[in-house]
Structures are given as structure tokens and as C-alpha cells.
Design a protein around this ligand. Structure first.
Ligand code: PLP
Length: 402
């Protein structure tokens, strides 16, 4: 860590030539010039000394505004997302709230229909009362004719919220095509990149204005911290976002920032291992007599497999499937697996399994859930890094109970 950070464009410039894997380890994370420490220090401090009123010793004044450990992480993540300005927040939801704080009462957001349950709740239960309006539509339908989005929009439209792959149906939205229309129309485009991580997808390079993360998931990767982030390459948006972040107080503590710096280093290898296990599990489930259908972007029969190949640089580790039967059968499987922990969340080294209709997506109205295909026999799996043979033995045994 360098004591002086200065202009973000300049301080990140020298790392740009490196690939994402190298930046995961070295990007913005040079040995400390004073102590030689290889890992960035945890600056567990709320305030910073000044030599005269308004003259701080370094460039830091108060840790809600900025903190050296947080900034190092924000820089490293920004590099991996091919952006310049990173903002690390206390949770994924505070990152969503921060992005929406760019809007004013009366503005409208177009949002993909299969959106994370917590995002849906924030939009419809809280932000609607603050005067924002939301249209939930199936953005996957606009890949062949993205300009038709203009028919859905109104003069009040100011933002398009894209989550891809979607949760839990793993539909893919064409980022390049949708964000091109957003640029033409002056709508801010935001991509929730939680399911892919910067290793499998880089939305800014595809034209998005802002990328959002729940770092709680793949980026953190060890199910030990709740955190979120926004990254942008636009100075104009970044200035507003930093002002709002400091005003709201949506900030990530120094220790959590340090944990995430540690996690970043293994993110590229973890993502490749998640994908390898998920691919094997998807193929094995597909052949299982107690499984009706498997959804995984890496499978050739996934409706947007071609888009997955061009837009993503990996298929990530999330898959969903429909077991034969209904809720009773799904409950049987969920109750019988031992190596897959029954839990919400995703993206950790351990495999997790859940029932979206009862768990993560309970806050989405039943009609909307069912119209989207989140039925009672629908199961979501976050495939972890255990030995595949053990995972399969466990899953196969549980499915055979149906
Ligand atoms: C978990 C999640 C969020 C919310 O993040 P938290 O860290 O739980 O606040 C937002 N979007 C997606 C896709 C998620 O999976």
C-alpha cells in the first residue's frame, strides 16, 4: 500500500496491461514500500490526523469517506472488472440501493423479470414508496430486436437493471445489445454480475455503465462475509456515487475489505473449479431418471448457450433442475443430501442447495414465480469445490429416494 493514492485513472494505469488473473493477485496490491509487507495492511481506523485544520497528513480524513484498505480492494476489483472507480459497500443490497440513488422521484426503471428476490423487494416495497416506478419484463426476449425496448419505455425511463445469468432460472440477457440501446436513449445501464463474477463476465467491456456485485457470493467465496460493490468507468457517475455513498454511509469495513482482497487472489482458480464441477453435475443430472430438466448455461441445450459462449468467459457454478414430482419430492431430495448444505446464498467453496419457491424467492409473488417457471419441484444448486465423486454419490442417493 502506497500512502498516496491520487487520481484513480493514473494509479490503475500501470496494471492495465496485465490479465485478470494477474490483477487478482497483484493489481493495486504492491508490497508496502515501508515494511515490505506483501499483503495490504488492515487500516482499522475511523479517523486520520491533520497537521492544521483542513490539512490531513495523507489524503484521508474519515473512514466513512475513504479508508486505505477499502480503497485497495476497490482498486483491485475495478481492475478485474475493467473499470476505474470501485465502491465497496456493506452488502449487495446496499450496492443496489446506492446505484438506485442516482435516480429521482418520478423516474422509472426497466428491470429484468427474473431478478434476485431481495432486489425485487427493495424495488417494489421500499423504493416505490420513494416515488420510483418499476417495469419488470423478460429482457431475454429483446436479444433479436433490442430497439423494441423503446416501446416498453416511457419519457420517465432512466435506468435499465440487468441481472445475467438470472437467479434462479439462469436465463442470459444480451448485455451488448441491451446496453447499446441504453446508450442511445440516455438510460443508465446496470448489470448485477454476482452470478458470473468478473472471471466469467465483464459487463463494462460489453457496454454497461455500472456493474454491481454481491461480494458475499463468488468474490468472497468462503461464506464468511456480507459485502457488495459497484464499479464504473464513468467519472461523472462515480462522482455522484461516491458522494451518495459517503452521505448514506454504505461502506465496507476495513477487515472485510482485507478478507475480500485475500479472496480475490484465488477467484480465477476457484471459478474454473466451480465450473468444472458444475458441468459434470449438470451432465450427470441430465441423465438421471428422477430429473425432469436441468438448466446450466454450459449445456448445449440451454436456450442461450450460444450467447453464453460469446458473452461469458466461463459458465460459473450455478445450476438449477426440476426433479420428478412436486414439493414433497423436492423436500425429500433437500432433506436427504448431506454434502450439499441446505441454505440460502451461493458462490462459496462448499456446495449449497435450496428451494427457491420456499426460500430465496419467497418474497416474489406466487403468480409471478410460477409464470417464470419457479415451481414446487424446482431446485437450485451452488456447486462447490468438493470432490465430484462425493458430490454425485450424495446427490444420486438423495434422488433415488423419490
Ligand atoms: C445475494 C444477491 C444480492 C444481494 O446481496 P447481499 O450481499 O445478500 O446483500 C443481489 N443480487 C444477487 C444476484 C444476489 O445473489
Amino acid at each position: 500500500m502506497n500512502g498516496h493514492f491520487g487520481d484513480p485513472k493514473k494509479r490503475l494505469e500501470k496494471f492495465r496491461a496485465w490479465g485478470t488473473g494477474t490483477n487478482a493477485i497483484h493489481g493495486a496490491q504492491e508490497p508496502d514500500p515501508v515494511t515490505g509487507a506483501v499483503m495490504p495492511a488492515i487500516y482499522q481506523t475511523s479517523t486520520y490526523a491533520q497537521t492544521a485544520p483542513g490539512k490531513p497528513i495523507g489524503e484521508f480524513e474519515y473512514s466513512r469517506t475513504h479508508n486505505p484498505t477499502r480503497r485497495t480492494f476497490e482498486d483491485a476489483l475495478a481492475l478485474m472488472e475493467k473499470g476505474t472507480y470501485g465502491l465497496a459497500t456493506s452488502s449487495g443490497m446496499s450496492a443496489v440501493t446506492l446505484a438506485l440513488s442516482l435516480l429521482k422521484s418520478g423516474d422509472e426503471v426497466i428491470c429484468c423479470d427474473d431478478v434476485y428476490g431481495g432486489t425485487y423487494r427493495l424495488f417494489t416495497k421500499l423504493l416505490k414508496d420513494q416515488g420510483l416506478s418499476f417495469k419488470f419484463i423478460d429482457l431475454t426476449k429483446y436479444a433479436s430486436d433490442p430497439r423494441a425496448l423503446k416501446d416498453v419505455a416511457s419519457p420517465k425511463t432512466k435506468m435499465v437493471w440487468i441481472e445475467t445469468p438470472t437467479n434462479p432460472l439462469l436465463k442470459l440477457i444480451d448485455i451488448q445489445k441491451i446496453t447499446e440501446v441504453c446508450r442511445e436513449q440516455g438510460w443508465i445501464s446496470v448489470v448485477d454480475n454476482t452470478f458470473a463474477s468478473p472471471i466469467c463476465q465483464q459487463p463494462l467491456a460489453l457496454g454497461a455503465d455500472i456493474v454491481m456485485h454481491s461480494l458475499t457470493k463468488y468474490v468472497g467465496g468462503h461464506s464468511d462475509t456480507v459485502a457488495g460493490a459497484l464499479v464504473t468507468d464513468s467519472k461523472e457517475l462515480a462522482d455522484k456515487l461516491y458522494f451518495n455513498q459517503n452521505s448514506f454511509g454504505f461502506v465496507l469495513p476495513p477487515f472485510d475489505s482485507w478478507l475480500l482482497l485475500r479472496s480475490l487472489k484465488t477467484l480465477p482458480v476457484r471459478m474454473r473449479a466451480h465450473e468444472a464441477n458444475a458441468m459434470k453435475l449438470a451432465e450427470a443430472l441430465k441423465k438421471h431418471p428422477k430429473v425432469e430438466k436441468v438448466i446450466y448455461p454450459g449445456l448445449e441445450d440451454h436456450p442461450q448457450h450460444k450467447l453464453a459462449r460469446t458473452q461469458m468467459t466461463g459458465f460459473s457454478g450455478m445450476l438449477s433442475f426440476y426433479c420428478k414430482g412436486g414439493e414433497a419430492e423436492a423436500r425429500k431430495v433437500l432433506g436427504a443430501v448431506q454434502l450439499f448444505t441446505l441454505a440460502e446464498s451461493l458462490g462459496g467453496v462448499e456446495s449449497l442447495i435450496e428451494h427457491p419457491a420456499i426460500m430465496t424467492h419467497a418474497s416474489v409473488p406466487k403468480e409471478m414465480r410460477e409464470a417464470n417457471g419457479i415451481g414446487d419441484n424446482f431446485i437450485r444448486v451452488s456447486v462447490g469445490l468438493e470432490d465430484f465423486d462425493d458430490l454425485w454419490a450424495d446427490m444420486d442417493r438423495a434422488l433415488k429416494l423419490i
